[in-house]
Each structure stands twice: as C-alpha cells, then as structure tokens.
Design a protein around this ligand. Structure first.
Ligand SMILES: [Zn+2]
Length: 432
C-alpha cells in the first residue's frame, strides 16, 4: 500500500543505464511516483497507467513541478556555516583565522547540538538529502550529528575530525584518543539505520605520522568505513606538507604509506596533482570531491575535471562550505560550469546534475540505494518549483528542452527553487 503518490514531471538518471549522464538520463513530462515503506515502488508515465485502468485521482497532482533525486553533498563541514563569506585569506591562513575559532565553539555541547540542527535544516532547505560530513575534533559534535540525522531517518555519512598538530591546543586530539573516539562512534552508529562512519583526518598537515598510523589501524579493524580528507588544494599547502613529511615522495604518498588510499576514500580538491598522483588515485579506485565554489573563493586553483574524468576517477560535486559560498547544489553546479569553461570543457547540465546525484552516490558506493528516482531506491527526492524564483520562472518559459531548463536552474538558481524535500518518503522541508 503506497504511503505517498505524486503526479508531476520527473527528471532522473536511470540506475540500470550505465554511467554516461547523456544516455542514462530520462525525462517524463507527466509521471506517477509511488512510495511505500520509505522506498520508491513505481515510476511510470501517467498516460500508460491511465490506459491500464489506474485511477489517477489517487495522486497528489503537482503540475509544472519537477521531481528529481535529492542532492548528495559529499564534502561539507558542519561547523562552518558561520565562516561562509569570511574575507580575504587563502587556505592555511583561512583555517587559522576563521575555521579553527569557529570549530572551537563546538567544545560547548549545547552550542554544538544547536548548530548541528541548524546545519541539517539548511541541507534540507537546499534540497540535499545525503551528505558526507566533517564535524569537529570533539567527539560529541559527531554524536549530535548522527543522533539528529537518525531522528529524521536521513542517509548520512560523517566522521570526527582527527587533528593532533598545527591547530589550537584546545582542538587537538591524540593518536590514541582519536582512535578510541572513532571506534566508539563506529560501534554505536556505523550501519545504524541509514548512517555510516567516515574516518576523517583533516589533512596530512594536521596529523602526525603517529596519528596516521593509528588511522591505519582503525581501517584495518573496520575495513568498510569510508575515509575522507583533503589533498593538494593549495600550492602553499603542498609545499608545507613536503616539509612535514620529508620521507614522502609526494603529497598522496603521505596517505598511501598509511593505507589510507582505498576505493572508500574521497579526496577533496586535488587541484595540484602530479601526473603520477593522478594515475595512482585512478588505480586505487578512490574518488574526488570537486568543490568549485570553495576553490574559487579561496583562490586555490581550478581542478582539471576533464583530466580526472579521462582517468575514470569517480567524482562527486560538493559545496565544501564554509569555504564554498552556498549550500545550494545549483550554485555549486554553476561554479563547476565556470571552472570547466576556463579550461575549455563546457560541462553540460546533465553531467552537472549527475555529479550532484547518482554520480555522487556511485562515488560513495551508494549508487544502488540513492541518487535515482527508480523503483527500489530510497525515497529521497526534491520537488523543484520555479514559481518561488520570479526571474527563473519567466526565463524557463523560453526553454525548448529539459536540458535547457536544467541549465538555467544550475547557472541562475538557488534554494528558492526547492519547494519540498522528502527523506525516506517523508516531507522534511516545505518552502513557506
Ligand atoms: Zn573541506
């Protein structure tokens, strides 16, 4: 028995039609989506159903909307909502001046719980139904995030940040405490409902070799946890990392020597990779978080998406707030388009939406559960309604195809386009 039946337009990437966004894309201009027990049970053309005797009056009819899979933001920092739009620094100074002070406030548990609720509400308002999240080095901030994500039955991956050097003392953990805190969080939350744990050394520069050795032991004990960290974001960071790990042959090797480069690893940025590093990431099966808004804002550089794609490295398109300037995947897609344009790669709307949904899900090895509007998939989806955005509402009247419409959304759109967000078939956000 369906708990939810919607009739509207549907745009989706079919889960059984390969990885080419142009060929796995499917658009239905009048479709019925049925949900039961948190999963999508049927997606079918309304006309075909009517011909079969289906009673269309059972549906909530929402003409002129567009139903799509919920967005997946695979690289985002929960404690950094309030550093978005902070002026004037590049990566290493940015961390010292804005990020670490913001994360220090999470030492206070009440503040941490409140900010976490605010973070999740913001994700939902922007149409993001799954995220892979960095919390802080305080274990309770990860606890708060898992607890609150479980309450709304969200599919969410997160990890406590590991950091035992080169940050304010009050933010530092140790090789031992990071291991123990993470083990406790894994035992409690990894695999609970729709949650998963992510081993999260911030980046090589803030972990000692001893701590990375401890991370290696954790992965050996829990081989199915995800791993996330940053890699080759900024030229000064790359040089600094070499001085901290003089024995490493390059930046990637600082992680390789501790067995942290696996197919469950997601590296953020990867702007200044050497050819050898790109080849080794491709061989490992690890994925890359493409964070164009953040990279532009911090002046880090332009990730070479077409080269990474040519190496068949899985890519997810991500906000990386607070250095990113918006939680809206539309804004991230628009910035991705501009970064690719500067490198003579005209990113299509279909490819951008794919990287923010099914492509991201596949990068996280969740492509059989989320990222598509298909029978058997978890019922995480959004309803886009251009009426909330007067400029776009008028602009799309002249679009001649769904591709043109999606391109306007991703280059001119923002959260005003999100009318509703559903998680596991339940409305978690409705625009007022
Ligand atoms: Zn980041």
């Amino acid at each position: 028995m369906a708990s939810l039946i919607l009739r509207t337009r549907v745009a989706r990437f079919k889960s059984d039609a390969g990885a080419n966004p142009n060929t796995c894309f499917d658009y239905l201009d009048d479709a019925v989506v049925e949900v039961a027990n948190g999963k999508i049970t049927q997606v079918e053309s309304a006309q075909i159903l009517a011909e079969q005797g289906y009673d269309l009056s059972r549906c909530e009819h929402l003409p002129n909307r567009l139903l799509m899979a919920g967005f997946i933001d695979a690289h985002v920092h929960a404690p950094q909502l309030d550093v978005m739009g902070a002026y004037g620094e590049q990566l290493l100074d940015w961390l010292d001046k804005y990020t670490f002070p913001a994360e220090l406030k999470f030492a206070e548990p009440d503040y941490s719980a409140q900010q976490t609720a605010r973070f999740l509400a913001q994700l939902h308002a922007h149409g993001t139904t799954t995220a892979m999240v960095y919390t802080t080095s305080f274990a309770h901030s990860t606890e708060h995030l898992f607890q609150q994500a479980a309450e709304c039955n969200m599919r969410l991956l997160a990890g406590k940040v590991w950091m035992d050097r080169n940050a304010p003392t009050a933010l530092l953990d140790t090789a031992e405490s990071a291991f123990n805190d993470s083990r406790n969080l894994i035992d409690k939350w990894h695999g609970f409902q729709r949650l998963g744990y992510v081993l999260t050394p911030r980046f090589a520069g803030t972990s000692t070799p001893q701590q990375l050795r401890s991370a290696k032991e954790l992965v050996a004990a829990y081989p199915d946890v995800w791993i996330q960290t940053h890699l080759s974001e900024n030229q000064a960071e790359v040089e600094w990392t070499k001085t901290l790990f003089p024995e490493a042959k390059d930046y990637l090797h600082t992680y390789e020597q501790f067995n942290l480069v696996t197919e469950k690893t997601l590296f953020a940025h990867c702007i200044h990779l050497t050819p050898s590093e790109t080849d080794r990431i491709a061989a490992s099966g690890a994925g890359i978080a493409f964070c164009p808004s953040s990279n532009l804002f911090l002046g880090s550089g332009l990730m070479n998406y077409s080269s990474i794609k040519a190496h068949q490295i899985p890519v997810a398109l991500c906000s990386d707030i607070g250095a990113g300037t918006s939680l809206s995947p539309f804004v991230t897609m628009g910035d991705a388009y501009k970064v690719c344009q500067l490198q003579n790669y005209p990113l299509t709307a279909l490819e951008a939406f794919y990287l923010a949904s099914l492509g991201a899900a596949r990068t996280l090895h969740l492509g059989d559960k989320i990222g598509s509007v298909d029978a058997g998939f978890e019922a995480d989806f959004i309803l886009i309604n251009s009426e909330g955005h007067p400029y776009i509402h008028q602009r799309i009247a002249s679009c001649k195809s769904i591709e043109e419409e999606l391109f306007v959304y991703m280059t001119c759109g923002d959260d005003r386009l999100i009318e509703r967000t559903y998680i596991a078939g339940q409305p978690i956000y409705t625009q007022q």
